[in-house]
Design a protein around this ligand. Structure first.
Ligand code: IMP
Length: 424
């Protein structure tokens, strides 16, 4: 029997590219949908049968009754937030407990990890990362320090292990002089979340996924965040704490590189970033405000204003290289409908030096733009690429030539129907 493949669907800039919508469109082609990195810092908005859901830890395949959904070993999970997210779906009529499998090797986010996240940010002064405050960094730090608690720990003598790690965190917080916090209420819900999680299949998901592949089943690895937030390849230290890139699919699910099939890279027709850190294409003028307003660029998890700018080909080329992207998906093209002229960043400039590769340090880089004539008409009602105005076709061709990768899917609006799959 032909072995199944793991296709990866990855945000390839700073996240928030609209992965939720694409997974929803893709899901029918897969047997399994799996998350491989990150945790409740993600917010995948899905509009399904007229209802809007924001998924944080749960894979987007949960809406299709016949799919298995997996939270892989590379993820971190907050039991209280997971419980709230899951119960919302349960009350909307979705059965989760039989179809959502959680890796025993995924790490648990404790309430004190969230306090540590705040304490570390406070200590950073003006160099704050601008984290989502969900305890992501401290949890991955404990994983690397080999002091973390894993989902599988729930099954054996959990209370003692929890108290030991909590005490360790409390000591660190004391040493940091960060003592003005109270987790008593949060902790109650968190412990209830632990009990709730234990009703789910807590499994060796790496064995399970490899078995599915052996049976010829296909897996969609659903990315979170984006390449420029990757702990190794992003704009360090202004990054998240996991490998958000295709290498993270292998480690975060326990599959070999030869199991990877297509690598879909999602980007928007423009750029956004939440949190701090270098962002050479950032627009501080009314064009940036216009993009934010038309694109509704406000954080799904934190509600923060997203920083907006033109598309960044330097970052995109880098991300395509790092991930081995085989196909590109361009989202939110319609947001640029009302612009006479649009711009694309083709290089960075720093101290008079022009760079076309992402440098070690992007802080202080300025964007060098190419101006492109806008299409200046409404794309959102178009249903096939034949209807596209010539200027939009030219923009697509320009991006494909620059990025040396085909753009196979285009999104021209939030609805599932506003997704145009291009002819090969
Ligand atoms: P953390 O992942 O909460 O530690 O945040 C680290 C950085 O990643 C911050 O700049 C966050 O704003 C950013 N970040 C984390 N998750 C997401 C996401 O899902 N979309 C966009 N940015 C994110």
């Amino acid at each position: 029997m032909k072995k199944g493949k793991v296709d990866a669907l990855l945000g390839i800039v700073f996240g928030d590219e609209g992965k939720g919508k694409v997974v929803d469109v893709f899901t029918p082609q897969y047997d399994v949908v799996a998350r491989f990195a990150g945790g409740p810092n993600a917010g995948h908005t899905i509009i399904f049968e007229g209802k809007k859901f924001v998924l944080r830890s749960i894979p987007s395949g949960i809406f299709a009754e016949d799919k298995v959904n997996i939270i892989g070993n590379g993820c971190v999970i907050a039991p209280d937030l997971f419980m709230a997210e899951a119960r919302e779906l349960e009350s909307a009529g979705y059965d989760l407990k039989s179809r959502l499998h959680i890796s025993k090797r995924a790490h648990l986010i404790l309430p004190t990890h969230r306090v540590l996240d705040r304490a570390y940010e406070a200590a950073k002064g003006k160099n704050k990362v601008g984290t989502t405050g969900k305890g992501i960094g401290p949890t991955y730090s404990d994983k690397a320090s080999r002091t973390g608690l894993r989902v599988g720990d729930i099954l054996d003598n959990f209370e003692a292990k929890y108290q030991a790690l909590k005490a360790r965190h409390e000591q660190i917080l004391k040493d940091l002089n960060y003592t003005d916090y109270d987790i008593s209420e949060e902790e109650k819900t968190w412990l209830e979340g632990i009990k709730y999680m234990s009703e789910y299949p807590l499994t060796d998901t790496e064995i399970e996924i490899n078995q599915y592949l052996k049976e010829g089943k296909n897996v969609l690895a659903e990315g979170a965040q984006g390449t420029m937030l990757d702990i190794d390849h992003g704009t360090y230290p202004f990054v998240s704490s996991s490998n958000t890139t295709s290498g993270g699919v292998c480690t975060g699910l326990g599959v070999g590189p030869n199991a990877i099939g297509e690598v879909f890279g999602i980007f928007k027709a423009y750029s956004t970033r939440v949190g701090s850190g270098p962002f050479p294409v950032e627009l501080f003028d009314e064009t940036g405000d216009k993009i934010r307003e038309i694109g509704h660029e406000y954080g799904a998890v934190t509600g923060r204003n997203r920083r907006c700018g033109w598309v960044d080909l330097v970052a995109l080329k880098y991300a395509i290289m790092i991930n081995g992207v085989t196909q590109l998906i361009m989202m939110k093209s319609d947001v640029l409908d009302g612009f006479e002229t649009i711009k694309a960043c083709v290089a960075y400039k720093k101290d008079g030096v022009i760079m076309t590769d992402v440098p070690f340090e992007t802080e202080g880089c300025e964007a060098v733009y190419k101006e492109i004539k806008g299409w200046n008409c409404d794309l959102s009602s178009m249903t096939s690429e034949d209807q596209f105005p010539q200027e939009f076709k030219d923009y697509i061709k320009f991006l494909e030539d620059e990025l040396e990768t085909p753009i196979t899917i285009l999104s021209v609006g939030p609805d599932r129907a506003q997704t145009i799959i291009r002819k090969k």
